[in-house]
Design a protein around this ligand. Structure first.
Ligand code: ADE
Ligand code: ZN
Length: 325
């Protein structure tokens, strides 16, 4: 069965917002111990609220959920729950985003956020055999100044952070807004990625490449609007971290049968499959593989290629990558 085949494939998760893995059950537990109220009475009520017409409607609920996270242990428990889940899906390597400004803007110290996440990742590596990288993502609806401040706050933890990313409300917040802060992050040796072409136009993907100098594009669906861009992405084998269930739930695609993944693969692009915010979009890695495989009639060879692509696109050293290629 396809499901068993997907389960058997070793996979790398390269597009996952740790705040987006916050399951309602854990949200209630942490809200209770922190004495924070949430506007829902039950897990069912929370899940019923997860209906989105676009990215912004999702982000409003996602940031509200994150308000419950206050102590280092909260970030630790969140990350540990995610790792335990994906260990059962044969995920061998994760490169996860965290959004420090979501927390520092409400007075939670950067130190608590990153220490909780990092300690859980270390335990995941030693107990579950999941290797990891951490990516600090700037919120693009906030100012350049706030991103610069966040970069400075991160410096005591420089060794814990492999890369810098860009997420949140895309439309009206082009990559160009963060050109200077990405240049500075580049100077400091961070790898660079950005969400681009999820809701925003193909032009934002050009900006992410040319102005931000990213090494991966998160989403990138809209590249298909621009043939020159597709040629460039194919020639450079620039990874596109595609998130099928996210695209469906945020109405980036109407139906998974219209999902551009197969087209991207046929055009020679380095596409990979990921889960984005699995607690909100109804599935972790294997569910994303399965949903898109069913909708697009992907073969076992396609799925194996996608899983290999996830390691090719990862920041593992070549010696470790080759185990999976
Ligand atoms: N933050 C969390 N998930 C996101 C997504 N899919 N796009 C932009 N920002 C996000
Ligand atoms: Zn994302």
């Amino acid at each position: 069965m396809l499901k068993d085949f997907i389960q058997s494939l070793p996979k790398a998760e390269l597009h996952l917002h740790i705040e987006g893995s916050f399951e309602p059950e854990l949200m209630f537990e942490i809200a209770k111990r922190n004495n924070v109220s949430i506007p829902f009475n039950s897990v069912e009520e929370v899940k019923a609220a997860y209906k989105f017409n676009n990215l912004q409607e999702f982000l409003d609920i996602y940031y509200a959920g994150a308000n419950v996270l206050i102590e280092e242990k909260d970030f630790y428990d969140l990350t540990w729950a995610y790792l335990a889940k994906v260990a059962s899906e044969n995920v061998k390597h994760v490169e996860i985003f965290f959004d420090p400004q979501t927390h520092t803007d409400r007075g939670v110290p950067f130190k608590k956020v990153i220490t909780g996440i990092y300690k859980a990742l270390e335990r995941g590596e030693s107990e579950l055999g999941i290797s990891f990288k951490l990516i600090m993502s700037f919120l693009r609806h906030l100012s350049e100044e706030s991103a610069f401040k966040t970069l400075e706050e991160a410096m005591p933890y420089r060794d814990w952070i492999s890369g810098v990313g860009l997420d949140s409300s895309e439309l009206g917040n082009p990559p160009s807004k963060f050109e200077r802060v990405f240049a500075e992050a580049n100077k400091r040796g961070f790898k660079l990625v950005a969400h681009a072409g999820e809701e925003g136009p193909a032009d934002y993907i050009w900006e992410a490449l040319d102005l931000l100098k990213v090494v991966r594009i998160d989403h990138g669906n809209r590249c298909l609007d621009d043939t020159d861009l597709v040629t460039r992405l194919a020639n450079e084998q620039m990874p596109l971290t595609i998130c099928p269930l996210s695209n469906l739930e945020l109405k980036v695609v109407k139906d998974l049968k219209n999902h551009p993944l197969k087209k991207l693969m046929n055009k020679g692009l380095l596409a990979t499959i990921h889960s984005d915010d699995p607690a909100y979009f109804g599935g972790y890695m294997n569910a994303n593989y399965l949903a898109v495989a069913d909708a697009l009639n992907l073969s076992e060879a396609d799925l194996a290629q996608l899983a290999k692509n996830s390691f090719t696109a990862s920041w593992l050293p070549d010696t470790e990558k080759h185990r999976y290629l």
